[in-house]
Design a protein around this ligand. Structure first.
Ligand SMILES: O=P(O)(O)OC[C@H]1O[C@@H](O)[C@H](O)[C@@H](O)[C@@H]1O
Length: 226
């Protein structure tokens, strides 16, 4: 029987290193050997490994690892705009910014505090950001790894001056799959989507599961991108 959770020190389980551009990144570990790595560049999770050390996230061999270009891999955060559905740069500016560590985040709901190893990050808009998107916000991101090796991302956006604004948001997750023909995505039946490979024509999903036989690039109206 394992008693590791009772004595597990989540701070000791978090190691700070530098990413490929010298920007701080955090390595989260659980007692079973699973890990996750998250960079202050974009608040982007760049690696998630299971207890066998297998990488679960994909990073393109063509990824550019240099700001201000976001890296194509891991989990880029799209905010305050998804895709090119607005006047901002593709997928918004959050993924291109240097986030800070949030030393004193407001408490999370107890149901959301499952992480055995975690880091809290914060993004506040710069003056430059506010020229392009004149809204006052704080974006808090908690990245946690559970005892079971699950990765949990919790995002909280706070309007700090009470003037209403709207935004779109997505975790642009690149999952690594060994055999795409084995993948099924369920639960999207009846949703409308825009097909990027058909000039963003709108269709309604009919099937109870999506499978992949060829290149596919569809954007669900609710914000999911496949
Ligand atoms: O190429 P970017 O800006 O990193 O965005 C990643 C991808 O985002 C998707 O939403 C687009 O449909 C793709 O065309 C794009 O490659």
């Amino acid at each position: 029987m394992r008693h590791s959770a009772a004595v597990w020190d989540y701070r000791a389980a978090t190691e700070i290193t530098k990413d490929w551009n010298g920007i701080n990144q955090f390595l989260l570990r659980n007692p079973q050997g699973a890990s996750a790595r998250v960079s202050l560049h974009g608040g982007q999770v760049t690696s998630w490994r299971n207890e066998h050390g297998e990488e679960l996230l994909f990073t393109s061999s063509k990824a550019i690892f240099k700001p201000p270009k976001a890296m194509r891999g891991g989990i880029p955060i799209c905010f305050p705009q998804f895709g090119n559905c607005g006047s901002l740069e593709q997928h918004g500016f959050a993924r291109n910014k240097i986030w800070t560590v949030d030393d004193n985040p407001p408490p999370l709901h107890p149901n959301d505090s499952h992480g055995i190893s975690f880091v809290d990050l914060l993004l506040k808009p710069s003056e430059e950001d506010q020229k392009g998107w004149p809204h006052s916000f704080e974006f808090r991101l908690r990245v946690s790894l559970t005892t079971d090796g699950d990765l949990i991302l919790i995002s909280r956006v706070r309007n700090i001056n009470g003037k209403p604004f709207s935004f779109s948001f997505a975790y642009h997750t690149y999952l690594s799959v060994s055999d795409i023909s084995e993948v099924r995505i369920e639960g999207l039946e009846t949703l409308d989507y825009l097909d990027n490979l058909c000039q963003r024509e709108r269709f309604t999903e009919q099937g109870d599961a999506i499978t992949f036989e060829s290149e596919s690039l569809i954007m669900k109206k609710s914000g999911h991108m496949l």
